[in-house]
Design a protein around this ligand. Sequence first.
Ligand code: ADP
Ligand code: TRP
Length: 331
Amino acid sequence: MSSTIVLTGIKPTGKVHVGNYLAAIKPALRMAAEPGRTSLFFIADYHGLTFIQNNEEFRELTYGIAATWLALGLDPEHTVFYRQSDVPEIFELSWILSCLAPKGLMNRAHAYKAIVDRNGMLGADADNGVNMGLFTYPVLMAADILLFQSDLVPVGKDQIQHVEIARDIAELFNRVFGETFKLPQYAVDEETAVIPGLDGRKMSKSYNNTIPLFEPAGTLHKLINKIKTDSTPPGEPKNPEDPPLFALYKPFASEAQIEVMRASYANGISWSAAKQELFQAMDAFLEEPRRKYEDLMADPAQIDAILKQGAAKARALAAPQMDKVRRAIGR
Ligand code: ADP
Ligand code: TRP
């Protein structure tokens, strides 16, 4: 019986935050736990290299992503868990795909387009600050996805376009060289499609409004106290739909706690008391993963051993597909 292949990656370009966890990691782990699934989760370290060009930071951030997945419950025995750069087949495939991918498709990719648009506004050269890795980023991502015949790719909303590009490239390859790749689908968790940050905008490293997952409790508390609220005084009813406080509380609270909080909003709970409740819910959830994360970060050899085992499994899965590709192109 063939199982559904679930694959996703995270690039090591910053500390993992609550938005990454709720929108990418949590749904991926939930999907992996369903019967009939083979899951592949990886650290997209060479994608990260397009942004992080300091070796110590690169290494630390890469371990950080690995420790995060493991601390949040990824079971490396039942998941193929690896570091992208340990699987050379991905880069061979990436080159082959780049020989088919139309340049115009890359011009339309949102990360590149955003930089070009910004340069235009600043009156700078269109390609100012763009390296070739950033430009061809979606091709490498297509290789990540297509090499493993992925069916489902859980991602946040902003990554939908990249999964569509992978599909386009797969279709193109199949048309030119015959049926070789499965067409992947993205999976976006609607409820958590956009997690708001401290200022109410999308939580993102780029906006400096994140709540990193594994800060010490004291820092977490301070960050939560910075969450933007309006000036409704204590005693006056508040709207739970106003972002971001209640939206951040819900995923960390039980159904019963959510109902109590909803009633407290109607009864005019003060913003500071609501923040205290949020801190308690988040901290209770994060306490144990935080401890696991810290233990792993103190023992990188353990992380290396886990990733090495994962890379061997990934390469074994990649080898037959890569043979098929090489035969298809006439090598
Ligand atoms: P950032 O925007 O902080 O740079 P990344 O681009 O590294 O985050 O995102 C990693 C994953 O987490 C992607 O699947 C992305 O869609 C998802 N993600 C990041 N921030 C959010 C958010 N605030 N809401 C929903 N999904 C998010
Ligand atoms: N581009 C994704 C991000 O920025 C990371 C990523 C790289 C990825 N390769 C992937 C996600 C393959 C899903 C599948 O978040």
